[in-house]
Design a protein around this ligand. Structure first.
Ligand code: AP5
Ligand code: MG
Length: 213
């Protein structure tokens, strides 16, 4: 089963992808997480990606596509995967499809998590992320048991560099311009499903499970 998560920055793609990964035993592949890991480790890829990410812009397709195709070629992806934050442009979607077509495969579900822009800035300002295991929380909506500490691994949580309000606004603009067209792209391929991302996390997940069964 191959799933693509669509939605604006902060819509809850990562939150839902994590739950799907656990329930269906599929790898959760977030291009944003891979870039952040590379930044943390000081790799060449991380250095290249950081300037774009901090500005709220997209990392160039060439770099992103190469990294993603390499990742989905891994052994753990044979039964499928959940892509979170990829594709984000039409050329990225076309590159992925070209590769899948070669293997006689395709995307089974593109799930669009819908949240209006007004809610997004609010969500981002409360987001806290674990720099070690990638778990995501929210000060108000998804609090940790112990303030500022990851429930999963006990690491101190951080605020993402690109969650400043000005950067969030830029990311939203980039989303509308470059990523939203993917909704029609997957609608045309007859694999598009939509969920209301403003509901509680568990209700959104129930809607997702209904789609996947
Ligand atoms: P990426 O890491 O993918 O960021 P994003 O798409 O902007 O999405 P977010 O991770 O911010 O949001 P999310 O939808 O995962 O929401 P979350 O679950 O955390 O990308 C970062 C950057 O990397 C990009 O800007 C770009 O520069 C680069 N990049 C990445 N992929 C790329 C690509 N393919 N091409 C080019 N560049 C690329 O939830 C948000 C908050 O809300 C959390 O605090 C969460 O706890 C809370 N929350 C979640 N669900 C709910 C709910 N139902 N109710 C209340 N609160 C909720
Ligand atoms: Mg995310």
């Amino acid at each position: 089963m191959k799933i693509v998560m669509l939605g604006a920055p902060g819509a809850g793609k990562g939150t839902q992808a994590e739950k799907i990964a656990e329930q269906y035993k599929l790898p959760h592949i977030s291009t944003g997480d891979i870039f952040r890991k590379n930044i943390k480790e000081g790799t060449e890829l991380g250095r290249e990606a950081k300037s774009y990410m901090d500005a709220g812009r997209l990392v160039p397709d060439e770099l992103t596509v190469r990294m993603l195709l390499d990742r989905v070629g891994n052994e753990d992806c044979r039964e499928g995967y959940i892509l979170d934050g990829f594709p984000r442009t039409i050329p990225q979607a076309e590159a992925l499809d070209a590769e899948l077509t070669k293997r006689g495969e395709g995307i089974d579900y593109a799930i669009d998590v819908e949240v209006p822009d007004d809610n997004i800035v609010n969500r981002m300002s409360g987001r806290r992320a674990c720099p070690n295991c990638g778990a995501t929380y929210h000060l108000e909506f998804i609090p940790t048991r112990k303030e500022g500490i990851c429930d999963e691994c006990g690491t101190e949580l951080v605020i993402r560099d690109d969650d400043k309000p000005e950067t969030v606004k830029k990311r939203l603009a980039v989303y509308h311009e470059q990523t939203q067209p993917l909704i029609d792209y997957y609608k045309n391929k007859k694999v598009l499903y939509t969920v209301d991302g403003t509901a509680d996390v568990d209700d959104v997940f129930d809607a997702v499970k209904n789609i996947l069964k």
